[in-house]
Ligand binder design. Structure first.
Ligand SMILES: [Zn+2]
Length: 420
């Protein structure tokens, strides 16, 4: 704290109380302490017995950094002016008496405004203080008026008011920024993706094949597909660990797919071992596949087409479910004939109108399902919707229905006759 030049220089010289007297402040901007008052005001005025005790102190005006306070006691009304700066306050009074430091009005006002430990009366009127802010934004603050004080507090509301509300924010320290953070991933313009590769005219069984695509600006979509297998290039680092595993499973699938016929029509007992291997690979791949953000289906014409990128217009975005459908059949009595067809349920819900474009897999609304077993896969492919005339039912029952009934549930539905 600076020593009071006013006091030392004016010990023997009096000046008018209407001339500003400077009180220097401690380190905190705008905070006037009891000790600063005690050290800088002349002892005479501090010990004065003069009968002036302001019962009312009113803030008459605040303009910029100047406050005008009105003081009233029983007999007198005075106005004191406070010029505020971060490191000093200047007081003057309109009583215009000759003083060493300040007049009795300023001295007693300070005693009233800074009772016991309170030091921040003037701080609230600093440019960043709650008083100055509250005057500009009255909707956000409550004003509390007593005879000697005006104070402000933030209104109760959902949001906290920075600096003025008791908030969690006040606990934020540099240590919180030292807590472990996520490591930012490098922003890439391309991403690995996987394709369920199918074929025209059931020439090949389905397999998984990796690919990659250039991302759109918002990184949501693919603007261009790169050649097949491009995502698997280890030096690009596009793939996560389980995507590498999915790639290995897919390449193993492809080796088997090249050897096997593409339909259960042509699959015979000699294919059984490789067929089982392929289906097992699909089952192993399913959990990883179901977690892929970017999965597409693509119908490949010739094998040689694998050497160029897939055509964008033939890439269909899809996802694959972890659920395995339960196969049953429906035999519907329609009067002159029966309708017979397979039905699939997932968690008790019928996949009504499912599409079956390739062996092993059915789809509904771009969600793919891997059938539950090789036998289910064979039956879903081979037992398509049938009309069975009643004349032929005995033969159908013996050849087809009985063996199916031995393994699967068959629901008999009788159509109600139409009302005339
Ligand atoms: Zn005065």
């Amino acid at each position: 704290m600076k020593t009071s030049e006013n006091f030392t220089n004016t010990t023997n010289n009096l000046h008018s109380s209407s001339e500003p007297f400077t009180l220097y402040l401690d380190d905190e901007p705008y905070i006037l302490t009891k000790s600063a008052i005690k050290e800088q005001l002349d002892p005479g005025i501090q010990r004065s017995k003069e009968a002036f005790w302001p019962s009312h102190i009113k803030l008459l005006s605040q303009s910029g950094q100047t406050l005008i306070l009105q003081l009233k006691d029983k007999k007198t009304v005075q106005q004191i002016t406070v010029l505020m700066e971060p490191d000093k306050l200047q007081f003057s009074c309109n009583c215009n008496t000759m003083v060493k430091t300040v007049c009795i009005h300023v001295c007693r006002t300070l005693s009233r405004l800074l009772p016991s430990n309170s030091t921040d009366y003037f701080e609230q009127y600093s440019p960043q203080g709650i008083g100055s802010i509250a005057v500009k934004h009255p909707a956000y603050f409550d004003k509390h008026t007593s005879s000697t004080f005006i104070t402000y507090s933030p209104k109760k509301r959902e949001e906290d008011i920075y600096r003025f509300s008791q908030t969690e924010l006040s606990y934020l320290t540099a240590d919180h920024f030292k807590l472990p953070a996520s490591t930012p991933k490098p922003i890439r313009d391309k991403e690995a993706l996987f394709i369920i590769l199918t074929s025209y005219r059931r020439e090949r069984l389905p397999a998984i094949i990796p690919c990659a695509g250039l991302l759109t600006k918002d990184r949501e979509g693919i603007k261009q597909f790169l050649p097949f297998l491009s995502g698997a290039d280890k030096k690009d680092g596009l793939m996560t660990g389980d995507q590498h595993q999915l790639t290995s499973l897919g390449l193993a699938m492809w080796k088997l797919v090249e050897k096997l016929p593409g339909s259960f029509r042509d699959i015979t007992a000699e294919h059984e071992e490789e067929l089982l291997q392929l289906f097992t690979l699909w089952e192993e791949a399913l959990p990883i596949l179901s977690r892929q953000q970017r999965l597409y289906s693509y119908r490949l014409g010739w094998v040689r087409d694998l050497k160029r990128p897939p055509h964008k217009q033939d890439m269909y975005s899809c996802r694959i479910s972890m659920e395995r459908p339960v196969l049953s059949f429906v035999l519907k009595d329609c009067g002159a004939c029966y309708h017979f067809y397979p039905e699939l349920h997932v968690r008790g819900k019928c996949l009504s109108g499912f599409l079956h474009n390739e062996p092993f897999i059915v789809s509904l609304n771009a969600v793919y399902y891997l059938l539950s077993s090789l036998r289910d896969a064979a039956l879903v492919e081979l037992v398509e919707k049938q009309i069975v005339f009643k004349e032929q039912f005995a033969q159908f029952e013996q050849e087809i229905l009985a063996p199916i009934k031995a393994h699967y549930k068959v629901n008999l539905i009788t159509q109600k006759p139409k009302r005339k």
